[in-house]
Write a protein that binds this ligand. Structure first.
Ligand code: ZN
Length: 657
């Protein structure tokens, strides 16, 4: 690992706090040092307060900020003298500590100081950096970890045995640091947790971190425990999707809410799941408490979610029989599944959460595999793991999340998603918290949104093979299918029946009707595993109740699709799947309706363009967004008791009314 210090960038920092941001971001830019909000940094500064008195202030990373992107506002200024005195107390509960930290902050708008603030305060260095570096964790979590750390670092670091983060850890460090530190000391290793470096300047502290981590990496290289070769064989493909959807449903059932489940079959993940000793090495807990909260301590091996949840509840009951309040927060569902056929499956309330879990575990796999190569991976005793996972402060953090969005943890697939109504449906579903898969012939679909909860697939819905493949990719990406929006359709130029080419008729039927049969048939095994019940919304047409001359193929295809949806409502009710249809009319903000076409059609009817747009009972304009919002709501609780229904969204049409 190389230092990323750049003299020019550093020179652009106007003051120490900006420098603190700069080197914090350098640490944050390397995921082998810190992951997703992990790690923290501080700087001690002296300044005049409002009354003109000199005051020492600890600027420490605030909670909710990530080292990758931290700015000056992300550091909480805390009165240093008070923190140092707190460290002398014999005991301080978590709520007391949080209160003390909050009331000693000198800027009302500052974030809550890191729970490791007192630890930063007691270290007699201006600059303090803290990471959970993979290489250091590999050593601390290996057999004979402490001896190896001492062998690698000698007098360079103070070594602190594992203590849960918070006040107790700060106290232990406050007594260990003066006891062990010497003239050469530049850092501190916390067993099974991470590493600190210190310095008189920002650069010194940062580069000492790099130097210390490099020593651990070099040790691993010397001992043949650095380069890992992952050979896994091929992942299981055909027939896996419904089983994955079933597993996701079971996990959602244990959690009490829908979840996104992302499947990983890269060589590292798959080879780890297929290790002979996976049952031993994966069941010892996380590499550092920081990884425990979002990924849980232990992954589920195989598919027995009920047994996992029962063991969890039993453990909780045995250790905290009185804690009724905390029991309410208990969610005994796994966040990770290791299965030799599925590979690694990461679970989260959102696709983003699942991605974080997966990334954390990718690093955990490296740590476990390397420590095993050194002679054995050894995590914390079960009670320590449990304490961290049910830590008041962390639970409070999780509870703070607020009310989840309407479709949190749910998965939707939209056809014809690159433009018009389909694209608006994608937006409406994303806005409601769903993970969304968009299908379209247009290659633009692949890059429609760059975010973890969207997957764009270029596919021809008239190809059974491509539809099957798209559904498999949907399940691999998000774990299942809850909502299906059948929107893709074509409207060829008008032709009267006496001049309607057979080819055109067949093409319209293929796209508007046959493709939807295949999507429904192939989607059904997944929809019936939807935790809240599957939902299908069919984008029909005003032409179903009120056909027009010259549109025989289109009107007939949409009418047949309408009847198909009604039969599906009858057949799938027992599976908890609802299917409803929308009949839009005159939605002009789609690709078909260029300005030229609008002008010419308006002229044809002797209207202005504006009159033509509002040519309905309500004299209102109907846009893609209006249709999409209604389609999304039809998947929600408002329509929970409705199936087989047809709803116009056309501003009112005299022939329909
Ligand atoms: Zn830490």
């Amino acid at each position: 690992m190389n230092s990323r210090w750049d003299d020019r960038e550093a020179a652009a920092c106007a003051n120490d706090l900006e420098l603190r941001c700069y080197t914090s971001r350098l640490l944050g830019s390397d995921p082998t040092l810190v992951l997703h909000g992990g790690g923290n940094t501080s700087v001690k500064l002296t300044g005049k307060n409002l009354l003109g008195d000199d005051e020492d202030i600890l600027y420490v990373k605030g909670s909710g900020w990530d080292l990758v992107t931290i700015e000056a506002a992300g550091f909480a200024p805390v009165r240093l003298a008070h923190l140092k005195r707190l460290a002398q107390l014999p005991a301080l509960s978590d709520p007391q500590m949080v209160n003390e930290l909050a009331t000693q902050v000198t800027r009302a708008s500052a974030p809550a100081p890191s729970v490791e603030a007192i630890l930063h305060a007691i270290l007699p260095w201006k600059w303090v950096d803290h990471t959970h570096a993979d290489a250091v964790l590999t050593l601390t979590n290996a057999r004979d970890g402490e001896a190896r750390i001492r062998e690698v670092y000698g007098d360079l670091v103070v070594v602190v045995p594992y203590v849960m983060p918070g006040f107790d850890l700060a106290r232990v460090c406050a007594s260990e640091y003066p006891r062990q530190a010497g003239a050469d000391t530049v850092g501190m290793v916390l067993m099974n947790h991470g590493i600190f470096s210190f310095g008189a300047t920002a650069r010194e502290s940062y580069e000492r971190m790099i130097m210390l981590v490099n020593r651990a990496e070099d040790y691993l290289k010397r001992n043949g425990a650095w380069d890992l070769a992952w050979r896994a064989g091929a992942p299981a493909g055909a027939g896996v999707a419904p089983n994955l959807a079933r597993l996701r449903k079971a996990i959602a059932g244990a959690a009490g809410f829908p979840v996104v489940m992302t499947r990983h079959t890269d060589a590292r993940s798959l080879a780890f799941c297929r290790r002979d000793d996976v049952a031993t090495v994966s069941q010892q807990g996380p590499a550092t408490p920081d990884h425990s909260i979002r990924s849980k301590n232990l992954p589920l091996l195989g598919r027995d979610v009920a047994a996992y949840a029962a063991a969890y509840r039993a453990y909780f009951a045995a250790h905290e029989p009185q804690a009724k309040e905390r029991k309410k927060m208990l969610d005994p569902a796994p966040r990770l599944v290791l299965d030799p056929e599925f590979g690694l499956c990461a679970v989260g309330r959102s696709a983003k959460d699942a991605a974080i879990v997966a990334e954390i575990y990718a690093h955990t796999i490296d740590v476990i595999a390397r420590a095993t190569a050194l002679g054995g991976f050894r995590a914390l005793p079960a009670q320590d793991l449990f304490d961290v996972e049910y830590w008041d402060l962390e639970q409070a953090k999780l509870a703070k999340g607020g009310k989840p969005p309407l479709f949190a943890g749910e998965v939707a697939l939209v056809t014809g998603a690159a433009s018009g109504i389909g694209r608006a449906c994608v937006d409406a579903l994303l806005a409601r918290g769903a993970a969304v898969v968009g299908l379209d012939l247009d290659p633009a679909i692949a890059t429609l949104h760059a975010r973890p909860d969207f997957l764009g697939i270029v596919a021809d819905v008239t190809s059974e093979e491509q539809v099957g493949d798209a559904l498999r990719r949907t399940v691999d990406a998000f774990g299942g299918l809850d909502m299906l929006i059948l929107n893709a359709g074509i409207f060829p130029g008008g032709a009267r029946i006496d001049a309607l080419p057979t080819e055109q008729w067949r093409r319209v039927m293929q796209v508007n009707l046959d493709a939807n049969l295949v999507l429904m048939r192939e989607g059904h095994p997944l929809l019936k595993e939807a935790p809240r019940g599957g939902r299908v919304v069919v984008i029909g047409s005003k032409n179903v109740p009120a056909p027009g001359p010259g549109a025989a193929a289109y009107s007939a295809s949409k009418a047949a699709l309408n009847q198909l949806a009604r039969v599906a409502a009858l057949e799938w009710g027992a599976d908890g799947i609802r299917i409803n249809s929308l009949h839009p009319n005159a939605v002009f903000d789609t690709g078909i309706w260029t300005d030229e076409v609008l002008v010419s059609r308006a002229k044809h009817y002797g209207m202005t363009v504006d009159q033509y747009r509002r040519n309905n009972v309500l004299r209102t304009e109907v846009g893609s967004r209006d249709v999409a919002e209604l389609a999304a709501e039809m998947c929600g609780p408002l329509f929970a008791k409705t199936t087989g229904a047809q709803l116009p969204v056309d501003g009112g049409n005299e022939r329909v009314i």
